[in-house]
Design a protein around this ligand. Structure first.
Ligand code: FES
Length: 152
């Protein structure tokens, strides 16, 4: 997929094309595309005269940046101890099967990225699933479709 580099140009203009503001520019690009496309890195490198390797170094250093496309919604299935004991693994598999996507990947329609995490601090509600910033507690496999329905 090709990404509209004019949006990258616009971001650079917002920062006066000042290479010192590269992190701010990357944050804005991450917000616009929900990840940092390789085309964007190339364009930043060309215009700001920063080696691509240096930009990749920044992108991989900060957790907030992603080099792979992210879905509109992030699903994080907790596999911390309390959630694991309460069937978290089955919940993770249930999401994989329902969405037809492997953990760590994004659905083809770009709606959901599925991840697992270790404890989100809501152990009393195990097993827990976070969708974006929303906590779903005591999740049962039979509730997965219903949960997803809220975000379609
Ligand atoms: S282990 Fe899942 S919320 Fe703590």
């Amino acid at each position: 997929m090709d990404y509209d580099v004019t949006q990258v140009d616009k971001v650079m203009e917002d920062y006066g094309k000042n290479p010192v503001s590269i992190i701010g520019m990357l944050q804005d690009i991450q917000t616009r595309f929900r990840f940092i496309p390789r085309e964007a890195v190339r364009r930043l490198s060309e215009v700001l005269n920063i080696p691509e390797s240096q930009i990749y170094h920044i992108v991989t250093f900060y957790k907030a940046f992603s080099l792979v496309a992210r879905g509109k919604h992030e699903i994080r299935v907790c596999l911390g101890t309390a959630c694991h004991i309460s069937g978290g693994k089955r919940i993770a598999e249930g999401f994989e099967n329902t969405l037809n996507v492997q953990t760590g990947h994004t659905t083809k329609d770009g709606q959901f990225t599925l991840e697992t995490v270790n404890c989100v601090g809501a152990c009393g509600l195990a097993p827990v699933v976070m969708v974006d910033e929303e906590v779903h507690g005591m999740v049962k496999p039979s509730k997965i479709a219903e949960i997803l329905g809220h975000y379609k």
